[in-house]
Design a binder for this molecule. Structure first.
Ligand SMILES: Nc1nc2c(c(=O)[nH]1)N=C([C@H](O)[C@H](O)COP(=O)(O)OP(=O)(O)OP(=O)(O)O)CN2
Ligand SMILES: [Zn+2]
Length: 148
């Protein structure tokens, strides 16, 4: 039916919007809290001293009210800027372990890369909107972090 009702305008519609971004980086799985032997046993080929690389794909999802006036949860152009600042500038074409101070003592598993991205993304997206960081380390290895 044509027309406009309070339920159309005032109802809180919750939306999820996602922006995807790829970045390339190398790393080595090696924990400073474990011995060399334990590192080799646990991480296997991923503990290779000279490291290895990935073309990571990250999906950043925000969740929130679809604003009645703008029709948006958040402007995706703003989300793109946040991703540039939090993901591309610090991580793209970097050696995660050597170029990113956070990973000097934190092993650069994809779980921890997701936590790193979450902790920095939450500082730049509007309050309470960040919902999920999803990282495809490879086509087959996928990590989800929701800030828990
Ligand atoms: N829980 C986690 N386990 C592993 C991680 C991780 O981040 N979290 N990372 C790795 C390595 O970085 C490695 O690069 C992935 O190795 P692998 O599973 O062998 O990767 P592929 O998908 O490329 O292997 P296929 O041969 O195609 O199956 C290891 N573990
Ligand atoms: Zn790896």
């Amino acid at each position: 039916m044509a027309g406009f009702s309070v339920s159309d305008s005032a109802a809180e519609r919750i939306g999820y919007i996602t922006r995807a971004q790829s970045f390339s980086a190398c790393h080595r799985l090696h924990s400073v809290h474990l011995s060399d032997e334990e590192n080799k046993r646990i991480y296997g080929k991923c503990n290779n001293p000279n490291g290895h690389g990935h073309n990571y794909k990250v999906e950043v999802t925000v969740r929130g009210k679809i604003d009645f006036l703008t029709g948006m949860v958040m402007n995706l152009t703003d989300l793109k800027r946040c991703i540039e600042e939090v993901i591309m500038i610090p991580l793209d074409h970097k050696n995660l372990d050597k170029d990113v101070p956070y990973f000097a003592k934190v092993v650069s598993t994809t779980e921890n890369v997701a936590v790193y991205i979450w902790d920095n993304m939450v500082k730049v997206v509007p309050p309470s909107l960040l919902y999920e960081i999803r990282i495809y380390e490879t086509d087959k290895n996928i990590v989800i972090y929701r800030g828990e």
